[in-house]
Structure formats: structure tokens, C-alpha cells
Design a protein around this ligand. Sequence first.
Ligand SMILES: [Zn+2]
Length: 225
Amino acid sequence: MEDIKAPPALGDPADGYWPAWAEAADLPTFRVRDTESSHGRYSTALKVITVKDLVKFHGHACDGLFRGALAMSQVLAALDPSGEVDRTDLKVLSRNSPCLGDVAAYLTGGRVRFGTQDVRPDPGVWFVVQKISTGEAFAVEEVPGTYPPRLSAMEAELALAGRASPREVDQLREAQWAFVRTTLLTTPAAALYPVRALPGFVFPPVPYAHVGPRTDVLFKRVPLA
Ligand SMILES: [Zn+2]
């Protein structure tokens, strides 16, 4: 069995999963509306989700999570300029990436098992988000060339080799964080993640045999007693 050494702690030891520099970074936050119980109704309060929360859901901080969060901030703002994200009313498509699929599910409420989330092999950072109630849909896609080709090549090389030395793993992460800090967080998100409307978009059926009803949304519009 390989000897797996613990990497040096990042940031506050109390939450070592979170890079110290990210604490001061200008990252998007998301105000989400949900239901209040298993059979409705709409919650009257909004919750705030941060990128740090996303890391807890996803399992690690990574460039994909930061890129996905920035892209999602743009497309969700187009869907609802008030800044409110109704997680009972969205369908989402993304690349079949562990990181982007998690961003999609957590921030939109879309799930494969409800037929409201699916993935595609198309490369890049992109999402298509559709409002179920109105059919409005928008796509967002990272401007090609934003992610340094040198980093894509490093990732492809390691994946192809099927093995990586401790130094290679560290070098890749350092290079990814350098990209996040010097490019991603210093460029307006609107410039890196343009959004376009998709009039008449039809969400493709999700080919999953066990799709079931989402009961908490059945009575979401029942008023308070
Ligand atoms: Zn990730």
C-alpha cells in the first residue's frame, strides 16, 4: 500500500480544506429559496450559499469549483436579476465533471433522480439552466483559452499516465491555484463567463430509469395557515 502523507494544512487548521487566500477573495454568494418541509410549502426565508459551502458539499476546493461558481453566478443572475435562486424551479445541464456536476446540483436543486439534471461529455466550463415554471433558459460558457493550455496538458498527461508522483500532484495544484488567483479572481466574471438566452429551449429527457416525484414541491404554493 502506498504511503500517503498528509499535505501541509491550508489556511486555518480549523477548516484546512479552505485556502487561506480565498478568505479575502471576492467570491460570489448565492441567495436560494427552498421549501420548508417534505410536502411544501415555500420557505419564507432565503439561505445564503458561499463557495466555502460548495467545498463542503463537493469534498475539496479546486479550480473547477471556483470556475463553476463564477459561471453559475452569471447564468443565475440572468435567470433572476433580483438575485434570488429558486431551487425548486430549475433544471440544469453541465459537463460530466465531478466538480461542475456538483456545482450544478447544489446551486440549482436539479437532480438526475427528478429528471432535472443531466450531463454531457462536451468539454469546458459551461451550464444550461432552465426555469421549469416559465421555460426560460440561458447558457453560460467560459471564454475559450481562459484556462491555460499548459494546465490542461498537465492534467491530460497525468490522466494518461495513470499515475502521478507526489511532486506532480503538488505542482498541478499549485499551478491551478496560481491561475485562480492571478486570472480568475482578477477578471470580471462577466468577461470570462458570457451568458446567452436560449429561446424555445427544450430540456432533453433524462434517461434514468428510477426518476421519481419530488414531493416537497407539490404543495409549495400553499399559503401560510
Ligand atoms: Zn473538484
